[in-house]
Write a protein that binds this ligand. Structure first.
Ligand code: SF4
Length: 312
């Protein structure tokens, strides 16, 4: 136990983002999702059409967030929910749905500013794609980050360009690296989204992503298994036998291998992706989020291991 670095939560053996926020802001902090009415360049034709093969935004957006509702109302509802359920005191507003930097910088400034105006809001987190990060967006976020918490969540999903092409991501690894370099050194927290389990992907190939994350100085990671929901091309591939979902044991083992190779100071925001039962196609693990965290913790304990152990 004494070897576990200070950044790592002593009980869960992972530098969880919740733990990090609590230490950084000395209170209970929750992320509150808002839908600000963005679209995505990989859907509207400027980069591609049809989107990523697994993309159905209803699978990762709570029902209460709808673009026609002003973000102030969405924030109030989300904050009330987290206050009551978790006793949260402060909040990070998460611009989640679609590509949340894909608009005119003046519109972005106004929108982000509206979220940051609330006295209980510590900062904002913005989900986007590498090709939607322009120098103007980077300058705006740098300005906001001078006195607020700003996190930019970049979807990479895979560092293999062949996989990125097969899943119709509409960007390359090089574009991701370019975006990270543009954003680095500006006081902005950088989070990267990753998925494990693409057809043709090996565990060894996936694990190389840990070195990429470490080398680029990424601050936090969101990881989940590839899963298919109704209405997506991935669901069609599953029906035709072209997508075979991971076994739970394989995902947990790979997630632990990955965590062991990730530096201890990288915070982990997510280890599991789930969708409502009505649209969930495969895999059908029927796990709650905390059950996945326990599955990973138990495997780390079994190995007498923790995040970053293999980087030491
Ligand atoms: S980049 Fe995101 S929002 Fe756009 S198609 Fe892919 S998963 Fe969907």
């Amino acid at each position: 136990m004494t070897e576990i670095p200070a950044a790592i939560h002593p009980h869960i053996r992972i530098n969880s983002y919740g733990w990090y926020l609590r230490n950084r802001f000395s209170c209970r902090v929750s992320k509150v999702n808002v839908d600000a009415g963005f679209t995505c360049p990989n859907r509207d034709g400027s980069r591609g059409t049809g989107g990523c093969i697994y993309c159905d935004n209803s699978s990762f957006s709570p029902g209460e967030t709808q673009a026609y509702i002003p973000i102030e109302e969405q924030m109030a509802a989300g904050m009330a929910y987290h206050r009551q359920r978790l006793g949260s005191e402060k909040f990070i507003i998460y611009f989640q749905k679609f590509t949340n930097t894909y608009a005119d910088p003046a519109h972005l400034r106004s929108l982000y500013g509206r979220a940051l105006t609330h006295p209980d809001v510590l900062g904002i987190s913005i989900g986007t794609r590498p090709d939607a990060v322009t120098p103007e967006v980077a300058d705006l976020l740098q300005e906001l980050a001078k006195d607020r918490y700003i996190c930019l969540e970049l979807g990479l999903q895979s560092m293999d360009d062949e996989i990125l092409s097969r899943i119709n991501r509409g960007h390359t690894l090089e574009e991701y690296i370019k975006a990270v370099k543009l954003l680095s050194g500006r006081g902005i927290d950088l989070c990267t989204h990753l998925i494990y389990g693409f057809p043709g992907e090996t565990r060894d190939n996936f694990l190389k992503t840990a070195d990429l994350i470490a080398g680029l100085g990424i601050n936090s990671v969101k990881l989940h298994q590839l899963h298919a929901v109704k209405g997506t091309r991935l669901a069609e591939q599953y029906m035709k036998g072209e997508f075979v979902p991971l076994e739970l044991s394989e995902y947990v083992a790979a997630a632990c291998d990955f965590l062991e190779r990730i530096p201890a100071d990288v915070t982990i925001q997510r280890l599991y992706g789930s969708a409502p039962l009505e649209i969930r196609v495969a895999p059908q693990w029927n796990l709650k989020n905390n059950q996945m965290w326990y599955a990973v913790l138990n495997e780390l304990k079994r190995r007498d291991s923790w995040q970053g152990k293999r980087r030491a």
